[in-house]
Design a protein around this ligand. Structure first.
Ligand SMILES: Cc1cc2nc3c(=O)[nH]c(=O)nc-3n(C[C@H](O)[C@H](O)[C@H](O)COP(=O)(O)OP(=O)(O)OC[C@H]3O[C@@H](n4cnc5c(N)ncnc54)[C@H](O)[C@@H]3O)c2cc1C
Length: 302
């Protein structure tokens, strides 16, 4: 039996040689050697000590809804919090929640509790950890506006960081500069509101998403960040790439900032399409498109 598997298994359930394609909404990616599911902070801390001591590469994956994994195998440990770190606690308008909780489920709970602020998140298919990491947002709102504190495991200690320390920006945060930190929990401050009105707003937005986004095929949401003052989808439309396909990777006809996996797209097909779009947009408009989705386990970048 694999030695590291045995050691990791002292602290958590561990799966070996699992396809990343099953851990990401794009359904693309090679295998991960170890997938670790810690039950609590003590187990997580022990696992991180082991990983650091043995110098094992690792990656926390939430719902994998913002990742383009390469076709290569990942010879390290994927840490997943969504099985056990999903508890949430409401204290009047303050919501404290563990990082593995689904942000969509949380938006629904907040609505039922008559609390407003998370409506924007009701269609974002990620975890709290992923949403904080990305400063996820929609409809001109984002995590940054409602967050008070983030609990992080860093340098071997669990600490609460105030929102001001988190350097939130457009789809960015300090956590992107520190992939070795693990977001463990977050505290949100919401606003009392009327459950019915909140529910109506969420329903209205659900309909807007259904009408504008291609949700019937695997994707990672918007592929490119909007350049300052511009819409990425308009630039992609402008180069005539609506419906453009390489292998099974295809620019959506419905929303051309979505690139879909039409069946068995490889990561290489996907990246080639991403790069073609970047080149054509740069040629035609002199604008460099940067990806919003993150590339994981690649030897090259986009
Ligand atoms: C159909 C669709 C629609 C989408 N719509 C939106 C939208 O409207 N707005 C928007 O902002 N995004 C959107 N997204 C993108 C995505 O859902 C968000 O960025 C989401 O916040 C990612 O969360 P996740 O848990 O899936 O993170 P993952 O994709 O698993 O990970 C993303 C990054 O966060 C890091 N991370 C995750 N958890 C932790 C943790 N606990 N500690 C430290 N790092 C962590 C990962 O290591 C990785 O670097 C959409 C995606 C899809 C598929």
């Amino acid at each position: 039996m694999d030695e590291l598997y045995k050691e990791l298994s002292r602290y958590a359930s561990v799966d070996m040689d699992q396809p990343l394609s099953k851990m990401t909404t794009l359904r693309i990616g090679g295998r991960a050697k170890y997938v670790v599911w810690p039950e609590n902070e003590v187990a997580l801390d022990s696992i991180m000590r082991l990983i650091n001591e043995k110098n094992i590469p690792f990656k926390v994956i939430g719902k994998g809804s913002d990742l383009l994994c390469s076709d290569d195998d990942f010879e390290g440990a994927v840490i997943r919090l969504d099985r056990h770190f999903h508890h949430s606690y409401f204290d009047q308008n303050v919501l404290t929640v563990q990082a593995g909780a689904s942000i969509i489920a949380l938006a629904v709970q907040a609505m039922k509790n008559g609390l407003s602020g998370l409506e924007f998140a009701s269609g974002i298919p990620g975890t709290v950890g992923g949403a904080v990491f990305m400063n996820a947002g929609a409809y001109k709102s984002s995590v940054a506006e409602i967050i008070d504190e983030v609990q992080v495991l860093r340098n071997g200690s669990l600490e609460w960081m105030k929102a001001e320390e988190c350097e939130f920006g457009y789809r960015s945060s300090i956590f992107q500069k520190h992939p070795e930190w693990i977001i463990v929990a977050a505290r949100f401050v919401l606003t009392p509101g009327d459950s019915r009105a909140i529910s109506d707003l969420m329903e209205d937005r659900r309909k807007r998403r259904m009408a504008s986004q291609p949700l019937d095929y695997p994707s990672c949401g918007s592929v490119f960040r909007n350049p300052e003052g511009l819409n990425a989808w308009q630039l992609i439309d402008g180069i005539g790439y609506r419906g453009r396909r390489i292998g099974d990777a295809m620019v959506s006809d419905k929303h051309c900032n979505f690139i879909l996996n039409m069946g068995s797209a490889t990561a290489e097909d996907y990246l080639e399409l991403v790069k073609e779009i970047q080149d054509k947009v740069s040629e035609k408009y002199g604008v460099q498109l940067h990806t919003e989705m993150e590339m994981f386990n690649w030897k090259r970048t986009a």
